[in-house]
Design a protein around this ligand. Sequence first.
Ligand SMILES: NC(=O)c1ccc[n+]([C@@H]2O[C@H](COP(=O)([O-])OP(=O)(O)OC[C@H]3O[C@@H](n4cnc5c(N)ncnc54)[C@H](O)[C@@H]3O)[C@@H](O)[C@H]2O)c1
Length: 254
Amino acid sequence: MRLAGKAALITGGGSGIGLATALAFLREGARVMISDVSEDRGREAVAAAAAMGHELRFVRGDVSREADAMHMVDEAIRAFGRIDVLFNNAGILIEKPVHELSEEEWDRILGINLKGVFLVSKHAVPHMFRQGGGAIVNTGSVNSIVGDVGDAAYCASKGGVALLTKAMALDYAARGIRVNAVCPGWVETRMFQQEASTRGVSVDEYRRYAASHHPIGRVGRPEDIANAVVFLASEDSSYMTGSLLVVDGGFTAG
Ligand SMILES: NC(=O)c1ccc[n+]([C@@H]2O[C@H](COP(=O)([O-])OP(=O)(O)OC[C@H]3O[C@@H](n4cnc5c(N)ncnc54)[C@H](O)[C@@H]3O)[C@@H](O)[C@H]2O)c1
């Protein structure tokens, strides 16, 4: 088991990539706390883990609010006494070009996708200092690397995550904290269903369309991303920091 004895905090762990990663971490021997803004999703995730024979802990919280970020870190420390792995994964998508975006929508998407990474890291890092190290994995996107039509604020937030990851990697390398990002292609989650509905097409139609954009010929599964996050969280990646690990079925290869 690659994460035996490790304690992990995963934001946005109530569904999609965060939930798949929580289950993968549990299977690899970690103790895991998820946070999510949705109480219902958090509860469902705990029940899903219990059905597989695992204890998953949940704390409700919004990563864009500093008091909540501090609270989720405190709860993880209270439960486990340490945080070896922080997976900053919570994110939202609002698909609009700049001229259609309200200031409130811009602030919301940047607040969750980018400021949330800063806030939760800010409160977790001092515990990692005390422990002598840790691993932080941020969720970027193919939009950390390439732009996309109608996704201005999302691209800005994920581009920000890429360089925040590298800056934090430099700040903390000497303190034993590795900071990397996973950059998924399109993955079939709630966010993917939301994109289908924004475009007014069925999920089946959108899946076919999305698959045609990925040279491997299919969209990603949450587990495809979880596998990469386990790698970045574990000692298997001990010589990696400041890296963007692209897991996109070839989306950005061309
Ligand atoms: N699905 C994709 O195609 C795709 C591609 C690239 C990157 N990503 C990124 O992966 C991450 C996870 O997305 P997903 O596809 O699993 O979507 P998802 O909607 O299934 O999961 C996101 C989770 O984050 C939670 N969340 C939303 N706002 C929050 C907040 N303010 N505080 C705490 N939790 C909050 C949601 O309740 C939800 O449970 C996001 O950062 C997203 O940008 C997704």
